[in-house]
Design a binder for this molecule. Structure first.
Ligand code: MIC
Ligand code: SF4
Length: 638
C-alpha cells in the first residue's frame, strides 16, 4: 500500500509508539519556533528544564506580535527573548523583521522535516512539504530541549485540487472554500493533504496562504508535496540544498476526500463572527466598509503585495475609507521597494506599516463602533480586531483591494489589472541581518538573560485532591475561541509574561466580573459547549483560568491545542452534555475513576448525575496528577 506525504514524514520521525491512527506517538521535532506573545512563557518553561542549550536542529525566537512596543513591558520581553535565545543557542529574529511564519518559510522551512511552533499558524511552513504543527509553549519548550511532541496519529484528508485559479480568484478563496465545506470543526483529528493536478499551478506563497488558514478548520496541519515549485522557491531563497522530492504514492490511501475545482471557484469572503461564515462575493457585494487591511501571515507575501500594487497602479483608494498594509517580512518589504510597488501603494493612498502582526491581533488600526473592516487575515471572531464593536470580513488581497478602491465590498473579477509576474524569479539579494544567529557555545555561557520586573515566574503547580467540590463560575456556549477566553490586542499584549496581571482580563468581553469572582473563590468550574478553545495556541487561555483557581472545564468537545494546554496547566478537560448544568450550580466530582476515562459527577444543586468522559493518554494522566507539565517535568527529572 502506498504512503501519503504525511505518513512518509511521520514514519521517519516516530520516536515512541506506532504509526496507527488514533494512537499516541512521540514525534521527533527538527525545528522549533516561538514568538513574542507566547515565547516568554515558552522560554521560561525551557529554562526550568535546566538544560545548557536547545537540542533541536533549529530554534528561532521571533518578535512580531508586539513589534512596535506600545508599552515598555514589550521592550522588556524583547530583551529577554534575545538574551535567552543567545544563551541557549537559538536564532533571534528582531522586531521589524516580519511575522514568524512568513520569515520561517522564507529562511528555515525544509521539506521532510518537522517543525513545532508556539503559534497556531505554524502549519504555514507545511507549504514546503514539511509537517509543521502549532502547540502550547510548554510543549515547544520540551521539544526545544530534545523531547518528543506527543500527539495522536491523525487521520489524513485529501483535498483534490482541480483546474487553475481564474482572474480575480486567489489561493485565499481555495482555503475559504475548504472552510465552507469543513467548517471550523471539520479538520479536527486530521492532517489535510493537498494533491491533484491543481497543485502544480500554485506557487509557494499561494500554498502558504492555504496551509496557514487550514488552522481555522481545526486540522493538526495542512501539507503540500515538495515538487519542482518547492525547488524553485528554495533556489530563489539560495537554499536549494534544503530540497528533497516528497510526493504521495499514486496508491496512497486517505481517510476522507474533498474536492476544490479552481476553474469554477468564485471569490469568497468570511463575514463577521467566524472564519467559516462564508459567502460568495456576489451575495455581499456593495456592503459598505470603513477599513481595509492588507498583510498578516496569511497574505503578507511578495506575491500578495505585488498583486495589490498591480491593482492599484493608476488608481487611488476610496477617499471615504482607511487602508493600511504591513508586508509579511522585511524581505518582502525590500522586494516592494526594489520593484516600485511600495511607491505605487503609497501614491494610491495606502498607509504602509512595518512588517509584523499589527492589526491582525488588534495592535493598532482597531475598527470603530459597528465598522466593517475587510482584512486579508485569518480570524474574525468578536473582539479579534482589538474591540468587540468592530466587524471583520476575511478576504483575499484581490477582494480587499477591489473593495479599497470601490469603498464597499467589491468583486475583483470586474476590475482589469495585469497578471502577476515574479520579477525575482532568478533569486533575490538575501539579507538576514535582522536574524541574529546562535552565539558560539563558548560565549553563550557568558550571556546574561535580562529579566525586567514584569517577567514573573509561574507559581508552583500542585497535585489535585482526590475530589473537587466547587461552583460553576461561568457558563458559555459553542465555539468559544481563545480570543474569547483571553482577548489579544493592546489591552493584554504587554502582559504576556505576567500571569497574575493578564489573568484579570480572562473572559473580559463576555463577563467582566468573572476574573474577580474566580479570584475570590478558592476553586471553580467553567462550563463550555462544542469546540471549546478553538483558535490560537495561546496557553494563557489555559494558564489564566488556572491562575484564577479554575480546576476543571466541562464542555461538549475541545479544540486540539487548547485541550493540550489545559492538561499542561493542570486543568481537567471533562467532556459531557452541558445543557442541563447552569451557572452557580455546585458540582462534586471524584477523580478515582480517572484512569478508566469515565467518571460520574454530581450536580449537588440539581440533585442529578453528570456522566463525564476524559480522553487521556498515560502521559496526560501523569501530567494532571502532578498538577501540570512543569511539576511533571520536574518530578521526572528528579
Ligand atoms: C493568533 O493569531 O491568534 C496569535 C496571536 O498569533 C496566537 C498566538 C498568541 O496568542 O500569541 C496563535 O495563533 O497561536
Ligand atoms: Fe500574527 Fe495574525 Fe499571524 Fe497570529 S494570525 S501570527 S497575530 S499575523
Amino acid at each position: 500500500m502506498g504512503l501519503t506525504v504525511t505518513e512518509k514524514i511521520l514514519s521517519t520521525h516516530i520516536g515512541e509508539g506506532k504509526l496507527e491512527k488514533g494512537s499516541v506517538i512521540g514525534l521527533k521535532i527538527d525545528q522549533c519556533l516561538t514568538q513574542d506573545s507566547t515565547g516568554t512563557m515558552a522560554w521560561l518553561q525551557f529554562e526550568s528544564l535546566g538544560l545548557p542549550k536547545v537540542k533541536c536542529e533549529v530554534a528561532v525566537s521571533y518578535v512580531d506580535h508586539t513589534s512596535l512596543s506600545f508599552k515598555g513591558e514589550s521592550s522588556d520581553d524583547h530583551l529577554f527573548l534575545r538574551t535567552v535565545a543567545q544563551k541557549f543557542g537559538a536564532f533571534y529574529s528582531k522586531a521589524g523583521n516580519g511575522v514568524c511564519h512568513q520569515v520561517h518559510y522564507e529562511r528555515f522551512a525544509a521539506p521532510g522535516k518537522t517543525l513545532l511552533g508556539s503559534d497556531s499558524h505554524t502549519p504555514t511552513s507545511s507549504a514546503l512539504g514539511m509537517i509543521a504543527i502549532g502547540a502550547g509553549g510548554a510543549d515547544v519548550a520540551v521539544s526545544m530541549g530534545g523531547g518528543y511532541f506527543y500527539t495522536r496519529v491523525p487521520k489524513v484528508m485529501k483535498v483534490n485540487l482541480l483546474g487553475k485559479l481564474q482572474h480575480g480568484v486567489a489561493a485565499k478563496d481555495v482555503v475559504l472554500e475548504v472552510l465552507r465545506q469543513l467548517t471550523v470543526k471539520g479538520g479536527v483529528g486530521y492532517i489535510i493533504e493537498y494533491t491533484g493536478p491543481g497543485v502544480d499551478t500554485l506557487s509557494i506563497p499561494e500554498r502558504a496562504t492555504i496551509t496557514n488558514m487550514g488552522a481555522e478548520t481545526g486540522a493538526t496541519t495542512s501539507v503540500f508535496p515538495s515538487d519542482h515549485v518547492t525547488l524553485e522557491f528554495l533556489r530563489q531563497q539560495s537554499r536549494e540544498r534544503d530540497w528533497i522530492s516528497l510526493e504521495a504514492d499514486a496508491d496512497a490511501v486517505y481517510d476522507k476526500e474533498i474536492t476544490v475545482d479552481m476553474d469554477n471557484l468564485e471569490p469568497l469572503v468570511a463575514m463577521p463572527g467566524s472564519p467559516d461564515n462564508i459567502k460568495p462575493i456576489s451575495e455581499v457585494e456593495g456592503t459598505p466598509i470603513h477599513q481595509v487591511y492588507l498583510g498578516s501571515c496569511t497574505n503578507g507575501s511578495y506575491r500578495d503585495m505585488a498583486i495589490a500594487g498591480l491593482m492599484l497602479e493608476g488608481r487611488r483608494v476610496n477617499k471615504e475609507i482607511e487602508v493600511a498594509c504591513s508586508p509579511g517580512s522585511r524581505q518582502v518589504e525590500q522586494q516592494l521597494l526594489e520593484d516600485g510597488t511600495f511607491e505605487t501603494m503609497v501614491r494610491s493612498g495606502v498607509r504602509m506599516l512595518e512588517p509584523g502582526c499589527h492589526a491582525c491581533i488588534g495592535m493598532g488600526f482597531v475598527p470603530g463602533y459597528q465598522h466593517y473592516s475587510v482584512r486579508t487575515v485569518n480570524r474574525n471572531w468578536l473582539g479579534r480586531g482589538g474591540s468587540k464593536d468592530g466587524k471583520l470580513i476575511l478576504a483575499s488581497v484581490e477582494v480587499a483591494v477591489a473593495s479599497a478602491i470601490a469603498g464597499k465590498l467589491a468583486d475583483p473579477r470586474k476590475l482589469e489589472y495585469p497578471e502577476f509576474q515574479d520579477v525575482f524569479e532568478e533569486g533575490f539579494d538575501i539579507d538576514d541581518s535582522m536574524i541574529l544567529p546562535p552565539v558560539a557555545e563558548a560565549d553563550a555561557s557568558k550571556v546574561e538573560v535580562k529579566r525586567a520586573p514584569n517577567i514573573k515566574a509561574i507559581r508552583p503547580q500542585t497535585p489535585p485532591p482526590a475530589s473537587f467540590e466547587a461552583e460553576v463560575l461561568l457558563k458559555v456556549g459553542d465555539g468559544i475561541s481563545t480570543d474569547d477566553i483571553l482577548p489579544a490586542g493592546s489591552l493584554t499584549q504587554h502582559l504576556r509574561s505576567n500571569l497574575p496581571e493578564i489573568a484579570k482580563y480572562t473572559y473580559y468581553y463576555i463577563d467582566r466580573e468573572f476574573a474577580k469572582r474566580a479570584e475570590a473563590a478558592s476553586s471553580g468550574f467553567i462550563i463550555g459547549g462544542d469546540n471549546y478553545g478553538q483558535g490560537s495556541s495561546r496557553e494563557h487561555a489555559a494558564l489564566a483560568p488556572w491562575q484564577l483557581n479554575i480546576k476543571a472545564v466541562f464542555a461538549k468537545s475541545y479544540a486540539r491545542i487548547h485541550k493540550a494546554n489545559l492538561i499542561n496547566a493542570g486543568i481537567f478537560p471533562f467532556e459531557t452534555d452541558t445543557d442541563a448544568i447552569d451557572m452557580g450550580d455546585k458540582i462534586h466530582i471524584d477523580l478515582a475513576g480517572l484512569p478508566t476515562g469515565k467518571l460520574v459527577g454530581k450536580n449537588l444543586t440539581k440533585g442529578t448525575d453528570i456522566p463525564v468522559t476524559i480522553e487521556l493518554g498515560q502521559r496526560d494522566l501523569d501530567i494532571l496528577m502532578c498538577g501540570g507539565i512543569l511539576a511533571y517535568t520536574r518530578a521526572k527529572a528528579s
